[in-house]
Design a protein around this ligand. Structure first.
Ligand code: PMP
Ligand code: GLU
Length: 397
């Protein structure tokens, strides 16, 4: 008998965290590693949010919270959805969890049965297919490369749909590509989905506030889909709160109830102190959000300009999130000191060892031949990192 369950044995480790861990190990040895691997804002959580958490401790918010989250937080999320997105939701449709990662996992566990299919555009965020595996479903990938700005077409979506399709995961702004679907593009996907009323649409909007081209557009705005769209969102990225672990869904009430049922047996309500901090994030001054976005946009321009100066890389202009996902295929099949660099993962490892720059190979995101840089670091670090990467790449023969 296997000691580990078959489910767990099939699970891959999170490559983003694995690279970050390797980078931290080298740092601990005193090596000056620039970490462009894990995607998290480098900013500190804004002060008014930290104050609210301190206050919550002093006010003895030390007891279990309601499983779907404190009512005042769910009400604030509904107001946010109305004011920022023009969407009507009631608190009974919101479930707060310990990070958007848990929100996603709750949803997939709640709706996917064995062998049902989940359509995932590739490049995709590392955890989607792994969560589908946990739910015993099957991932069906749609490839969208740099020449289509990493965005799928309605024809591709329709071709991927089968009688077994249970859900479609859309991530805009996207991790790992930084691509953002326009309202018109979302509409073309909605037109296809309208024809298939049994498919759920899981809309991961965690990078909503990091968008350089327009206001955020949610696929939930199309009334014809509304009763089967599940929005995933949270405070991690927009409010620089990755460690606080607060995410949420906005969903049809019966799906929210199912996720709450699951969460009630699994983890209970999210951390009470962190929920009070998230409440302050949504109800407080929103300047912090736009200030961080402006800094990310400046860094995006810098990293794209510098990478474009390296010969034989293919770089596009990401329009959201804080990732640049560029084609490095021309450097694969080359060697350094007799060691062959075969895959993008090999190249990422080479850059870590040779340039002391940590990044993630595209293989982990279902896109071999690409590298992902998270540019949520200072301008100086971006300049230093790309200069080192350039030298290392040009050493390959
Ligand atoms: N979705 C995407 C696309 C992400 O990049 C992340 C960040 N890891 C998450 C969900 C999960 O966010 P959280 O930190 O709130 O769990
Ligand atoms: N979203 C981040 C990333 O892709 C955090 C890491 C993770 O949750 O896997 O790097």
């Amino acid at each position: 008998m296997n000691l580990l369950s078959a489910k767990l044995a099939a699970l891959s480790p999170s490559e983003t965290f694995a690279m970050a861990q390797k980078s931290n190990e080298l740092k601990a040895q005193g090596i000056d590693v620039i970490n462009l691997s894990v995607g998290e804002p480098d900013f500190f959580t804004p002060n008014h949010i930290k104050q609210a958490a301190k206050q919550a401790i002093d006010n003895n918010f030390s007891f279990y919270s309601p499983v779907p989250g404190f009512l005042d937080l769910r009400e604030a999320i509904c107001r946010k959805l109305k004011n920022e997105n023009g969407l009507d939701y009631s608190p009974a449709q919101i479930v707060v969890s310990s990070g958007a990662k848990q929100s996603l996992c709750n949803v997939l566990m709640s709706i996917v049965d064995k062998d049902e299919e989940v359509i995932i555009p590739a490049p995709y965020w590392v955890s989607y297919p792994e969560m589908v595996k946990l739910a015993e479903g099957k991932s069906v990938f749609i490839d969208a490369d740099i020449h289509q700005d990493f965005k799928i077409t309605p024809q591709q979506l329709e071709a991927a749909i089968t009688p077994k399709t249970k859900a479609f995961i859309l991530c805009s702004p996207s991790n790992p590509t930084g691509s953002v679907y326009t309202k018109e593009e979302l509409k073309t996907l909605a037109v296809v989905l309208e024809k298939y009323p049994n498919i759920f649409i899981i809309s991961d909007e965690i990078y909503e506030h990091i968008n350089y081209i327009s206001k955020h557009e949610s696929i939930s705005q199309f009334d014809t889909l509304r009763d089967r769209v599940i929005i995933i969102n949270g405070v991690s990225k927009g409010y620089a709160m990755t460690g606080w672990r607060i995410g949420w869904i906005a969903a049809p009430q019966w799906i929210a109830s199912a996720c709450s049922l699951l969460q009630g047996q699994y983890t209970s309500g999210a951390c009470s102190i962190a929920q009070k901090a998230a409440l302050a994030a949504y109800t407080g001054d929103q300047h912090c959000v736009s200030e961080m976005r402006v800094a990310f946009e400046r860094r995006r321009n810098l990293v794209v300009k510098l990478l474009s100066e390296i010969p034989n890389l293919e770089v596009n202009m990401p329009t959201g999130a804080f990732y640049v996902f560029f084609r490095c295929e021309n450097y694969l099949g080359k060697s350094y000191n007799g060691k062959l660099i075969d895959t993008a993962a090999d190249l990422a490892m080479y850059l870590l060892e040779e340039a002391h720059v940590a990044c993630v190979g595209g293989d982990a995101f279902g896109a071999p031949g690409y590298l992902r840089f998270s540019y949520a670091v200072s301008d100086e670090q971006i300049e230093k990192a790309v200069a080192r990467v350039k030298i290392a790449l040009l050493k390959l023969v």
